[in-house]
Design a protein. Sequence first.
Length: 417
Amino acid sequence: MSSKLINRDRLLDRFLKYVRVGTTADPNTNDYPSSRGQWLLGQMLVDQLREMGIEDALQDDHGLVWGTIPATVPGPVPTILFNAHLDTSPEAPGDHCKPQVIECYEGGDIPLLSGDIIREQDTPELAKLLGHTLITTDGKTLLGGDDKAGVAAIMELAHHLMENPHLPHGPVRILFTCDEEIGRGTKFVDMQRADAIAGYTLDGGGSGIIDVETFSADMATVKFTGYNIHPSIGKGRMVNAIRAASKFVAMLPSESLSPETTDGRDGFMHPYVLHGSVAEAMVQLILRDFDTAKLTEYADRLRSIAAEVCKDEPRLSVHLEIVEQYRNMADRLKQFPVAADLAERAFHHIGITPTRASIRGGTDGALMTQKGLPTPNLSVGQYNIHSCKEFASLSEMEIAVKQAVVLVDLWQQFGRS
């Protein structure tokens, strides 16, 4: 199957349109999706899919976008699924994105209109991107390449396959999820509607990378309840929950088990939200490790620290809640190795030497794998994600589309062998 002649200009145009739609996820609401922009981008995608001739394209009651590229070969061949998420991280501003295109990057620092700079010394990946077309923002917002690079690549894959019906492939399911960045991406995914043998999230950096392992993840919420009274009469009566929460955070490991001090396969306990009042204060932490059993150890350590905080003040109370977020997808992928094997073969076919990797994070694919759909994560050219210095490589988005075109052919060969 030919993977050449991807419409690069159309791919860029898609990406620039998508990043201009603000889709920041909002963790402070129970709505799904959590932001109006995700509805708007989803409807735009449905309209575009229908214009391509994908008749079953729809946005369901939860804002998820579905569609199916029909098979071009007869007989029973497996359906595979491609997934990306519509939302962007709430960790930096996402609205009013003003993308900047750098044709044929020549190396060196990249100045942004805000006055900030993407410095080469802080971004070693730039050394491998000479000659690439890069897209940044003006430095005031996220770009949203995480994961609109994946959205654009999947949409271009769909368009390429629909306008080239001579290319052999089985049914290709498309799924765009919402609120992945706040851990809710697959909350309303109907696995019967997915109805696929394997899936692929396009939600990674670089090119030629196949993520076959993720962290396991839990979220911990620690609430301290004190007693508030006017400070003029507070002696012996006031119990300050803010002080308790601050002491709790100060007692967490800082030389180890933190994102600032770990890499590779080391896990961490990361406090990322702290707010409250004298009467009640709350700390939220994310617990991460490749070894799922260690999450229980981390939770026990949090309980021990919280108990130590309360030891000297019996009127202070604490409540700790642990919520499971996702689990390492490695074990289940090992039970169905063909999903990653065919992704590797597709990269080799287009002249890319692939690398299997473990990511210090999670994807919708981790949750879908847990639900029974083996779903490795594929690279799509994202860099400096969750930062206003975020950028993306159009050249690597194009590689992602080429690899996906070959991949759908390999799956139909697999199904007919």
